[in-house]
Ligand binder design. Structure first.
Ligand code: IMP
Length: 194
């Protein structure tokens, strides 16, 4: 079976290919000549993951999976959530996004937050979703320089290092994305027909 990962990032696709049975061939958007921006217009992360996977399935007739991730901050009523990439504007600047959250969280004692990744898998028109969540707190200032996005201001529960202070191998073992990917991989391994 061929399975499109709705990403243009070959490294992400290779990573998943190395984890699943070789009878499932992971393709990227480039492989199916999909170069347009896929709409992400839904109200939540679950909806966006679903929208992306069905877009590829319907338009290109390929079984597909898509992921969507957001940071949900309790004191901000779950924001930035589905708006995580462009929280501080269309430039999608990680620095601006973090500054905006740090400002909004100034003086707020409830700093609970979580990263959530949803992977939506569409096979023969049937959808299955896999969720990965990591809970933690929003720091009062940036800590660490590794990683990307909101990593410098996120301290996962049970750790003394922010995501941006961890090596990628350490973060990738515990991350929201890793949890969701592992669930997807287990599901694909157990598929009766490949
Ligand atoms: P996407 O759905 O993977 O594009 O993620 C949406 C936005 O969430 C990104 O632009 C990042 O700002 C943020 N984000 C996603 N994953 C992470 C992560 O592992 N660490 C920090 N920020 C992340």
């Amino acid at each position: 079976m061929k399975l499109v990962f709705a990403t243009a990032n070959q490294n992400k696709a290779n990573e998943i290919q190395s984890l699943i049975p070789p009878s499932i061939e992971v393709l990227t958007l480039n492989d199916i000549h999909c170069s347009e921006e896929i709409p992400e217009t839904q109200a939540n992360i679950e909806g966006n993951a679903s929208q992306k996977a069905f877009y590829v399935y319907n338009k290109y007739q390929h079984n597909c999976f898509a992921d969507d991730t957001g940071l949900e901050v309790d004191a901000l009523d779950g924001r930035p959530g589905v708006f995580s990439a462009r929280y501080a504007g269309e430039s999608k600047s990680a620095e601006d996004n973090m500054s905006k959250i740090l400002l909004e969280m100034k003086g707020i004692s409830n700093r609970k937050a979580r990263f959530k990744t949803i992977i939506s898998l569409v096979i023969n028109g049937e959808e299955k979703q896999f969720e990965g969540v990591v809970s933690g707190v929003i720091l009062s200032q940036r800590q660490g320089e590794k990683g990307f996005g909101y990593d410098p201001i996120f301290l996962p529960d049970g750790f003394t290092m922010s995501f941006a202070e961890m090596d990628s191998s350490q973060k990738n073992k515990i991350s929201h994305r890793a949890i969701a990917v592992n669930k997807l991989v287990e599901y694909l391994k157990n598929l009766p027909e490949k």
